[in-house]
Design a protein around this ligand. Structure first.
Ligand code: SF4
Length: 268
């Protein structure tokens, strides 16, 4: 009987947890009948202080890159890593290793902090990201920010966000194997320099490449994997969840698994 009661209360806790998450993200469901293309965004406003708000500036200013958190020691070993990361970002911005450079407006190296709790990895920039030179800044990106916020993460304080390919594939198609192969050395170097505690891959492409499988995201998610010793949690892509809000529940389960493995004592 006691065991039944405990199970009952655990279920209530889980339900309450999930309802809070669903409420936070309630306004991000797509309008009925709208089929959003992957990476698409119709949102033009943003309350994120890391985004350049002025349209003219977006097209002429260099994109905001990574940052060491305010108050952190930027000298020594971390300073050296920060400088190497800045150089990597510069190399990405002028890269012509694959054909994706031909159609880009801006390459999108990544944004966030060194030594983050979590590195989020998607598949590639969309139209808004290409225009601004920043990852996940369209509607799906703002939705992703809410996911992160729900477990105490943000790109300005304790997360780093990037993609498998740094230049936008035309028509938002999946990156081709030759393109992701050409771009992967940048991501490997970013992971080495940024040193995340854990990795969250969003979507089939990023999850499959880092886990090393062609399996679908529905069968990959729900478990923890390791990439070079770093725990990796795969989940759905925010644009997929915008199209199908039923996926919020498994995403929330994945975020809770990710959250449970983080050592918050070691990162500000
Ligand atoms: S996608 Fe990657 S490899 Fe291809 S041009 Fe852009 S930065 Fe270079």
């Amino acid at each position: 009987m006691n065991e039944q009661r405990r199970a009952y209360w655990r279920l209530l806790d889980l339900a309450e947890d999930y309802l809070r998450f669903a409420e936070r993200t309630a306004h991000d469901e797509p309008p009925t009948g709208t089929d959003l293309p992957s990476h698409s965004s119709t949102t033009t406003s943003s309350d994120f202080d890391y985004v350049v708000d002025d349209d003219a500036e977006r097209e002429t200013q260099p994109a905001v890159g990574h940052a060491i958190p305010a108050g952190a020691d930027d000298g020594g070993e971390r300073g050296a890593r920060s400088r190497r990361l800045s150089m990597l970002e510069e190399r990405v911005r002028v890269c012509t290793r694959c054909a994706l450079h031909e159609g880009r407006f801006n390459a999108v190296p990544g944004v966030g902090v060194l030594d983050p709790l979590v590195m989020v990895i998607g598949e590639g920039p969309g139209a808004d990201e290409d225009r601004r030179g920043l990852p996940f800044v369209g509607r799906a990106g703002q939705f992703l920010d809410k996911w992160l916020e729900a477990i105490g993460l943000s790109r300005s304080s304790n997360a780093y966000i990037t993609n498998i390919v740094k230049c936008r594939p035309p028509e938002n198609r999946d990156p081709r194997p030759a393109e992701s192969d050409a771009c992967m050395p940048y991501l490997r170097e970013q992971i080495e320099l940024v040193r995340p505690q854990a990795i969250l891959t969003v979507g089939r492409i990023a999850s499959g490449i880092l886990i090393g499988t062609g399996a679908g995201i529905g069968s990959l998610r729900g478990r923890t994997y390791y990439y070079n010793g770093i725990p990796l949690v795969p989940t759905y892509h925010p644009s997929g969840v915008l199209r199908n809000p039923e996926l919020k529940r498994p995403v929330w389960e994945d975020l809770k698994r990710l959250n449970a493995m983080l050592d918050r004592g070691s990162v500000g």
